[in-house]
Ligand binder design. Structure first.
Ligand SMILES: [Zn+2]
Length: 237
């Protein structure tokens, strides 16, 4: 099973590893800092190199507990080779900022306004969050972003923690989606993202260390997608 270096240190850009298997257009590694994707955050891209040769990693795919680092070409690589990995940091750091921003916005909506986030998608240049919140309109979306900005500017520390089942189940609404709640019943350890003094959520993604790193949030688009479903798309500057 691959060691998850991005969970130990989300700021890790380079790492060394051993190839554990080579497949058709992919390799698996003993350890990796490439985020495999999940929770609305896309997988990382980047490069691995073996000696002088460099291979582009176009993405990561999860298969039967393996993390397949997809390569444009895998020729010349063999199990047991020592390689260096380097993630596309600009892209990943953007994902981290957007991911933390989404948690802040979710927290504002759920803790203060009684709305409910139903899904999200992160990109390197924007993100969208869907809410079940009948009263949400464009004016209110602007207000929610204003409130989220106040939380961001307050400089809350952000930390990933692993909780026991007992600790996790004692926190109300640790997971807010029905899928997440169902999943929690079968899990033994719980990785959470704690925006200290603000909100804590079950999460497998990578986040910045302090909300101040997020920058400035701006509403890009508000979509009314039905009587309950509203979509906020925002950008960071
Ligand atoms: Zn998340």
């Amino acid at each position: 099973m691959q060691e998850r270096l991005e969970w130990k240190d989300p700021y890790m850009k380079d790492f060394e590893a051993e190839i554990t298997s080579v497949g058709n257009g992919f390799v698996t590694l003993s350890r990796s800092a490439f985020y495999p994707g999940g929770g609305g955050q896309p997988c990382d891209t980047g490069w691995i190199s073996c000696g002088e040769r460099e291979y582009e990693v176009t993405g990561v795919e999860k298969s039967d507990g393996d993390f397949r680092h997809m390569l444009k070409a895998a020729e010349g690589l063999a199990a047991g080779d020592r390689v260096k990995g380097r993630i596309d940091w600009e892209r990943r750091y953007a994902h981290m900022k957007y991911h933390t921003a989404i948690h802040v916005l979710d927290g504002v909506v759920e803790l203060r306004h009684g709305g409910k986030a139903t899904g999200n998608q992160i990109y390197a240049d924007r993100s969208r969050v869907d809410f079940d919140m009948p009263e949400l309109n464009k004016e209110m979306a602007e207000k929610l972003i204003y409130e989220a900005q106040e939380v961001i500017d307050a400089g809350h520390a952000v930390a990933a923690k692993v909780l026991s089942k007992e600790e996790a189940l004692s926190i109300p609404n640790l997971s807010r989606t029905e899928n997440g709640k169902e999943l929690m019943r079968s899990m033994e350890t719980f990785r959470v993202i704690d925006i200290e003094g603000f909100d804590i959520q079950l999460d497998g993604g990578t986040h910045v260390m302090n909300t101040r790193e997020v920058g400035r949030m701006e509403l890009l688009k508000f979509d009314n997608r039905g009587s309950h479903n509203k979509r906020i798309t925002f950008i960071l500057r």
